[in-house]
Design a protein around this ligand. Structure first.
Ligand code: AMP
Length: 427
């Protein structure tokens, strides 16, 4: 029988890489704390309608990429493809409008999209997500970009390119939509089937089509920035000038549209050269009509999501180190079969005192235990055999200097603590 493998587009995060992930999440948590976001732990599956109405049912994500199934209660359920719609759903469901505004939430976890897997693009991937709900001010847009850039800075990532655009609002979009339709109409047959089918329902999606032919055609399409209403233009001007005020280097890209329908006004992407073709480490923007689209009142919002796999790939590409993974401090070596229980009890005491420790469960010989201690990077080895048990002592070997001495059993914990203190490895 063939061994079962993980499904296409999923990955196991193990060993050193999982340490990097833990580091990324730790820094996210610190940034969230410093910028005033509270953590929201939301369900991994939601009613399909949340995404079809929120993200838009003519988007690639909803039309082609969702993991949707009918559950045993005959409900249509979808594994979340992103977090923003769930954040807004949660804000509405818990009536967070009664709290002081804005409400700032952050979260993280797996997202699911049925995409063609390649480097940096998976079917199950993890995002960290930061949202400011209830604020329509352009200052909130600036803050989300500042937050993401600070996150990358603390992770040791640099050389990022921030692309920003305004995608307008329901006031100015009808005029733009009409201009785009006029442009498309004369060459409709040259667009791909999906774009043709979206021509009536949602022509703006054409700008997001990845097919080379459609990309080339839309190169000469009218720009949304030329149709912005006064309010959107002013908002955009405040965001761009505010960003230069805080020293963020951004480039206005009038062709940037995001793959999700809910964006209004600000849309941005942050690119990292190290990522290759899937070069977006972060995507974000404003979504003032999302709450209404999913059946709530008007709640303006702005935020971003960043893929953890791509953050880690960028860190690796730039040689940004998350520091050493924690190692086991002490290894307890059993030098005779009769000293197993004494060793286990010492091991327990060491761990309870807050020092990491381990011992052998494989019946290895003393020499092999020492070798194993060295292979796991233990700094000290405690040796217990018949001799030590009868004299009430423990052998302590410093694995760096090779020096071994004998200590009274009751002094062992204090010695270990002093050793760790001197190494500065306290956690
Ligand atoms: P989006 O939700 O599409 O705006 O994407 C936000 C960020 O999530 C992107 O910039 C990527 O860092 C990450 N991301 C999106 N889709 C994937 C995927 N299929 N695999 C890995 N990361 C992804």
């Amino acid at each position: 029988m063939e061994a079962i493998r993980a499904p296409r587009g999923t990955r196991d995060v193990l060993g050193d890489e999982s340490w990097k992930w833990a580091h990324v999440l730790k820094v996210c948590r610190e940034v969230a704390c410093d910028f005033g976001y509270s953590e929201a732990l939301l369900p991994i599956f939601e009613h399909t309608e949340l995404f079809s109405r929120g993200i838009g049912d003519t988007t690639d994500v909803v039309e082609k990429e969702m993991y949707t199934f009918t559950d045993r209660g005959d409900r249509s359920i979808t594994l979340r493809p992103e977090l923003t719609a769930s954040m807004v759903r949660s804000y509405l469901e818990h009536d967070m409008r009664r709290l002081p505004q804005p409400v700032k939430l952050w979260g993280w976890g797996p997202m699911f999209r049925y995409e063609r897997p390649q480097k940096g693009r998976y079917r199950q991937f993890q995002q960290v997500d930061f949202e400011i709900l209830g604020a329509s001010s352009a200052l909130a847009d600036i803050e989300t970009i500042d937050t993401s850039m600070e996150l990358y800075r603390r992770l040791g990532i640099s050389n990022l390119q921030v692309l920003i655009n305004s995608v307008g609002c329901p006031n100015c979009r009808p005029a733009y939509r009409a201009a785009l339709k006029t442009f498309m109409e004369s060459r409709l047959g040259e667009f791909c089937d999906t774009c043709q089918s979206r021509f009536e329902r949602n022509p703006l999606r054409v700008l997001d089509c990845k097919k080379p032919g459609c990309r080339e055609l839309s190169e000469s399409a009218p720009l949304v920035v030329d149709s912005l209403c006064g309010e959107c233009r002013e908002h955009f001007d405040v965001v761009t000038s505010g960003l230069s005020e805080i020293g963020a280097e951004v480039r206005v890209d009038n062709r940037l549209v995001r793959g999700l329908d809910y964006y209004t006004k600000t849309a941005y992407e942050i690119l990292a050269g190290e990522l290759g073709s899937q070069n977006a480490v972060c995507g974000g923007g404003r979504y003032d009509n999302l709450a209404e689209a999913i059946g709530g009142p008007h709640v303006p919002g702005v935020g971003f999501a960043s893929g953890i796999e791509r953050i880690v790939l960028t860190m690796e590409g730039q040689g940004a180190h998350p520091g050493e993974a924690p190692r086991t401090d002490v290894y307890v070596v059993t030098a005779s079969p009769d000293s197993h229980m004494a060793a286990a009890s010492l091991l327990h005491e060491i761990r309870v005192s807050g020092i990491s420790a381990d011992m052998d469960y494989m019946n290895r010989a003393v020499k092999a235990q020492m070798k194993h201690a060295s292979s796991i990077g233990a700094g000290l080895v405690c040796i217990i055999g018949d001799e030590e048990t009868s004299s009430g002592t423990v052998g302590i070997k410093d694995m760096t200097s090779g020096v071994q001495e004998s200590a009274p059993r009751e002094e062992v914990l204090a010695r270990l603590a002093a050793w760790r203190e001197s190494r500065g490895t306290g956690r």
